[in-house]
Design a binder for this molecule. Structure first.
Ligand SMILES: O=C(O)C(=O)C[C@]1(C(=O)O)C=C[C@@H](O)C=C1
Length: 306
């Protein structure tokens, strides 16, 4: 069973339908999805992790960083577009109170300011939960910012469509499981990790970045998140091109393990866009293998299984 950030009609639900038609169950928060996976109540869970306009989804990044480690086994990229959904008969001038997810508000703020300057916006739950709440006859909310499928599902009318401030917005979702067998390398993979650095000397972040740079490993996302343990203490949530099965990524992870207070490995998985990294001269698997073979020769030993 696959859990997803629900209820039915969220963008996460739509992302799941592009991935599989396996049996699924909605859960009300990102934390509930991830905890249900940890507890073994569901086999895997789909949650949003990053948006091209608003950046990282903190609820997901922080839970994955701090909780019992899970691993990402797949990612989905979904273009997101929003509608203003209302109970049938509601006119624009009647829309005084809007309910939506914080990321959806962040992506439609200008449109709301320009078109409904009198409206107040409450952030909470998911976009589909907002649509379901507005559909209640005695709802205190007049409108929801959600996906068109959510408006249809909960019997709402679309007062306006395509209201995103950035029409090209894309959200990235990740499918997580309990640690076990990892997806095999495809040549177009990503590895996600959290680096918890020592804070007792200067240049600690630079040392982390050097581990990637000196092995030709490109980053696709890096953001600092508070550790929530002490004021001013941060960890780094990182996505990098490559798979733990590849020697340059393994070397990077080993290097990070040596220099960091801790490293949380959150999976190596195929990239949704299938983009293959440009591997500079000196960093290919063959060149790593040749270098190992040369060391074996120098030491006069038989090549060992690698
Ligand atoms: O509320 C939803 O529908 C979600 O799936 C969450 C979420 C997000 O967390 O970014 C997903 C896509 C949109 O960017 C807005 C909200």
């Amino acid at each position: 069973m696959i859990g997803y950030f629900g209820p039915a009609g969220t963008f996460t639900h739509q992302a799941l339908l592009t991935l599989t038609d396996a049996e699924s169950t909605p859960l009300a928060t990102v934390a509930r999805v991830l905890d249900a996976v940890r507890a073994g109540e569901i086999e895997s869970g789909l949650v949003p992790i990053e948006n091209s306009v608003e950046g990282g989804v903190s609820a997901t990044l922080d839970n994955l960083a701090a909780g019992t480690p899970l691993v990402i086994v797949a990612e989905v990229l979904l273009p997101v577009s929003f509608v203003l959904a209302v109970r049938p008969g509601t006119r624009a001038e009647d829309v005084k109170r809007i309910l939506t997810h914080p990321h959806a508000y962040a992506q439609t703020r200008d449109w709301i300011d320009q078109n409904l300057p009198w409206a107040t916006v409450t952030e909470g739950g998911s976009t589909a939960a907002a649509a379901a709440a507005v559909a209640e006859p005695d709802s205190t909310f007049d409108g929801a910012i959600c996906a068109r499928v959510a408006a249809d599902l909960y019997g709402l009318d679309c007062l306006a469509t395509d209201i995103a401030d950035n029409p090209d917005a894309v959200t990235r979702f990740v499918l997580v499981r309990r640690p076990g067998e990892l997806p095999a390398p495809t040549g177009a993979d990503k590895t996600t990790l959290v680096a918890w650095m020592h804070t007792d000397h200067s240049g600690a972040l630079l040392e982390i970045l050097q581990q990637f740079a000196m092995r030709g490993v490109n980053l696709t996302r890096i953001e600092s998140r508070p550790t929530k343990k002490a004021f001013g203490e941060y960890c780094f949530s990182i996505d990098a091109e490559g798979h733990i099965g590849e020697p340059r990524m393994r070397g990077t992870l080993k290097g990070l393990h040596r220099i960091c207070r801790a490293v949380t490995f959150l999976g190596s998985y195929p990239r949704a866009d299938k983009v293959r990294p440009k591997i500079a001269r000196g960093f290919t698997d063959a060149e790593y293998a040749a270098a190992e073979g040369w060391i074996d020769d120098v030491l006069g030993r038989a090549p060992k299984e690698r």
